[in-house]
Design a protein around this ligand. Structure first.
Ligand SMILES: [Zn+2]
Length: 143
């Protein structure tokens, strides 16, 4: 019997979320933008939660933001994460709009070094032919 490493739990794209996962596969960070109230929304949904318009379409974001908050996971609640401990879960304040936030994992950064307010940028983790995950790393220092 061969032991195989546990697979990362993955999202199941549906009609509402497929544009997002189609985007990440092409390394594009997309969110719904409402043409009526001119705001981004996430998570994907059929009507704008701000004005109830259905005139929403995906727009590309920069993938840059700052750490709004974080937690350091020291216990794995899924076998995949057991050999990744400790790892850092973050909520990113995206630069395009105040209050527009995204939950992800911080990589390429020791849990000791994460700070609220630190600049971060998206990095892509190809997992399967269908799913590429948007993770975040500390932003490159601006010259
Ligand atoms: Zn709206």
């Amino acid at each position: 019997m061969t032991e195989t490493a546990p697979l990362r739990p993955l999202p199941l794209p549906d009609d509402e979320t497929r544009f997002f996962w189609d985007g990440t596969r092409e390394h594009r960070f997309l969110m719904q933008f409402c043409a009526d109230c001119k705001r981004f929304y996430h998570h994907p949904r059929p009507v704008c939660p701000g004005c109830l318009s259905s005139d929403m379409a995906p727009e590309e974001l920069s993938g840059r933001g700052t750490v709004y908050t974080y937690t350091i996971a020291e216990q794995a609640f899924h076998p995949f994460f057991a050999n990744r401990l400790p790892y850092t879960l973050i909520v990113v304040d995206l630069e395009e709009q105040p209050g527009l936030r995204f939950v992800s994992e911080l990589v390429e950064c020791s849990p000791d070094d994460v700070r609220v307010g630190m600049p971060v940028e998206v990095v892509w983790e190809h997992v399967t032919d269908e799913i590429t995950l948007p993770l975040f790393k500390p932003a490159a220092v601006q010259a």
